[in-house]
Ligand binder design. Structure first.
Ligand code: GDP
Length: 467
């Protein structure tokens, strides 16, 4: 058990029906004994482990702070593997802060962000990748993101990594045996066989890496910009996708001046939407800021929804959008909006015009009506195609969903490549072992079996307080 006893409000900031103050560490239980008295004649000690006890929280002067439920969870059967106490009180910010500060006065100290989970990791209850999954569960944007995080928490991904490490160790062991006992000529080391095993492992890791595109999108969302000239229907499309009125929708060109960022769930894929001001030449300063932003967003976005109004002739502003599309690095979906109105003035012309530009990045053209929702399914299908890349059963449980993990796996693949080169150059077993050992260590950074304090601290500092 860590020396310090930590304490924090574990529920979300703000007011709620219930708020939870959580303590972990050596003094957690004794602090609970001091500040909580059960309603019944029994003392908290008599209730024992993992029982919800109804009673009141008292300060050091015997004043009642609140009614509450107190649960004592003795080590090691708790979230942190330490003694943990949870006090469920009323969810007002004043009452929670009062109880929190009382626990400080009784000897606890404020928990740092993610410190409960960090303790769970340091005490061996979770590995590093599982600890990260805890945060992913909290932040999950869609059910698919949540499913992936739950699978990661249950250790499926970590086990796969451990399997890879185990495979590397087995190859190393074989090589070392032939180094240590050359005279025993354990069937004279077959370099071809070693090569094959390393290659097989490298392929497996490559396959896992291929899921990173999807996994990272499911976890972090696909950064999406909506571009189009004023009044093309950008805000309306965003509202349609959000399923609620959020952006200001109006007839006056250029009113969506500020950018709004919001997550939307399209067929399980979280899009991080950035609405942008209409793009047009203008002298208006505020408008200009919006326009410049539109350019920078479209340049950063992984997906651009380019909206055109099918009822208007292609204008100089539309031409500007088409030019901008040429500069977008991400995938582009063209939306032909307002198909509920009859006067299609430009679909054919637009399609013709688009043939000349960025064809490789234009993943599809979707006729749509932001007004009645027509075409939304087509958009959803197209998105799934882009994100899942034709794989319907994508095995989210094994998906790489973190840029750090992706980088580690990439480096592991390179280290295995070096091992292959070493074999091909006819070098001795010792050199192959050196390469393989580096790969083995690198992989351990995912689960935290080999880890650097700074990295671990950085990972947990992104957590919220109380988690
Ligand atoms: P923005 O400037 O590109 O954000 O465009 P808005 O979303 O503000 O839409 C401009 C106008 O077009 C508003 O009056 C909308 O109600 C209208 N509009 C947007 N989409 C459609 C559509 O699919 N059909 C019809 N009939 N009107 C639409």
């Amino acid at each position: 058990m860590m020396e310090d006893t930590i304490s924090a409000i574990a529920t979300a900031p703000g007011e709620g029906g219930i708020g939870i103050i959580r303590l972990s560490g050596e003094k957690a239980v004794s602090i609970a004994y001091k500040i909580f008295r059960p309603h019944s004649a029994k003392s908290l000690q008599e209730y024992g482990n993992r029982v919800a006890v109804y009673g009141k929280v008292y300060d050091e002067h015997g004043h009642i702070i609140d009614e509450a439920i107190c649960i004592v969870m003795n080590a090691p059967n708790s979230y942190t593997c330490e003694d943990v106490v949870e006090i469920q009180c009323h969810g007002g910010s004043v009452v929670m802060r009062e109880i929190l500060s009382l626990t400080y006065r009784m000897g606890a100290r404020p928990a740092e962000p993610g410190e409960f989970t960090k303790r769970a990791f340091l005490n061996g209850r979770l590995d590093l990748s599982q600890a990260q999954a805890v945060m992913d569960i909290i932040n999950a944007k869609t059910k698919a993101s949540l499913d992936m995080a739950i699978n990661h928490l249950s250790g499926y991904f970590s086990n796969k990594i451990r399997e890879f490490r185990h495979d590397i160790l087995a190859i190393i062991a074989h090589l070392e045996a032939s180094i240590d006992f050359p005279e025993d000529d354990i069937e004279d080391l077959d370099f071809e066989d070693t090569r094959e095993k390393v290659k097989l492992l490298q392929d497996k890791i490559q396959k896992m890496l291929a899921s990173a595109h999807m996994g990272i999108i499911l976890r972090d969302g696909l950064k999406t910009a909506i571009i189009g000239r004023p009044n093309a229907g950008k805000s309306s499309i965003m509202n349609l996708l959000l399923g609620q009125e959020r952006a200001i929708v109006t007839d006056v060109p250029g009113t969506t001046r500020d950018s709004i960022e919001e997550y939307v769930n399209i067929g399980g894929i979280p899009l991080r939407l950035i609405d942008t001001a209409g793009i047009r030449a203008t002298d208006d300063i505020v408008e200009k800021i919006g326009v410049d932003k539109a350019y920078s967003y479209a340049g950063e976005a992984e997906l651009v929804l380019a909206v055109f109004d099918t009822n208007e002739e292609l204008s100089a502003e539309d031409e500007e959008i088409i030019r901008l599309m040429d500069k977008c690095p991400g995938n582009i979906i063209v939306i032909l909006n307002k198909i509920d109105l009859s006067g299609d003035k430009n679909t054919e012309l637009l399609k013709e015009r688009l043939k000349g530009c960025t064809a490789a990045k234009i993943r599809g053209i979707v006729p749509m009506s932001a007004k009645n929702g027509e075409g939304q399914e087509g958009l959803e299908e197209l998105l799934k195609e882009i994100v899942y890349n034709g794989r319907t059963n994508i095995g989210e449980s094994q998906a790489v969903c973190d840029a750090r993990h992706e980088e580690i796996l990439r480096r592991t693949v390179n280290l295995l490549e070096e091992a292959l080169n070493t074999i091909d150059m006819g070098m001795s077993e010792d050199f192959i072992v050196i390469d393989l050992r580096s790969a083995w260590e690198k992989l351990g950074e995912i689960t935290g079996e080999t880890f650097d304090d700074d990295i671990v601290n950085q990972i947990f500092s992104n957590f919220c307080i109380g988690k």
